[in-house]
Each structure stands twice: as C-alpha cells, then as structure tokens.
Ligand binder design. Sequence first.
Ligand code: 4NP
Length: 148
Amino acid sequence: MRTKVLMVCLGNICRSPLAEGILQNKVDPDRVFVDSAGTGGYHIGNPPDPRSIAVAKKYGIHIEDQRCRQFGPADFSEFDLIYAMDQSNYNNIIALASSQAEIEKVKLLLDEVDRYGREVPDPYWNDNGFEEVFEMIDAACEAIAKKL
Ligand code: 4NP
C-alpha cells in the first residue's frame, strides 16, 4: 500500500502546489502518492501561480500541470497524512474532521523541521516571498521523505 500525503494551503495555487511538487521529487512514486488541495474554493481548476511555477522550475521541479482543487471531508479517508501550511489552514481542515483519528492525521508542515517557526507564510501578496517559501517547504519535505 502506498502512503498517501496531502499538502494543504488556502488557495492551492502558491504554497501547497510547491509542497506537492517538492515532496514528489524526493520520494519513490511506487511507495508514496502526493497531492495538494486548498481550503478555499477561489481558484478551482486553475494552474498554480506563475511565481510558484517559476521558483519550482528554477530548482528543476515542474508543477505547471497541477490544477487547483478544494479540500473536502473525503480527503480524511483518502489520505494518511495531511500537512497544513499555516495555523489558519490547520484550523479550517480540523473543522471538517469527524473523529479524533481524522484530526490526528493533520500536522503543520513546519513541525517537521526545527527552524523557520511553525507557519509557511502566505506569499500571495508578496512578490519576494516565493524563494523563502520554497526553502522552508523543501527543508520540511526533506525531513518527511527521510521518514516515509
Ligand atoms: P496559497 O496562497 O494559500 O499559498 O495558495 C493564496 C493564494 C490565493 C489567495 C490566498 C492565498 N486568495 O485569496 O486568492
């Protein structure tokens, strides 16, 4: 059975598409399935933000074929691990959980590393934020890939 990991942010166009692409790049696809979703529904069906596509490409990771989808309660049974980019995403995910077991699948991504604090900042309104966000997500995904 493959381990299924879901990366979640608000829009599913900036942070979680990067997390999906970065982790995918570090694991064996026969053993680990990675997907991403957003708690909000603003960008459903859209490709990732061009700034996320660009920073990923710079590091040899291709995320341009991803399409935005919204997180839903069915994702709790579909996925083994659900990583939230920030506390607000975490709270929005937990609000849809229907058991303690579902709640326990959800973690803050940066709790996997002991630097950078606990939240991946939302870079949507900050043109300079994407490089920093990439670095944080990459460090956390490195730690996750080692454990999986
Ligand atoms: P993300 O960034 O949660 O990292 O995808 C955002 C993208 C879009 C919006 C908010 C955050 N938005 O409000 O449209």
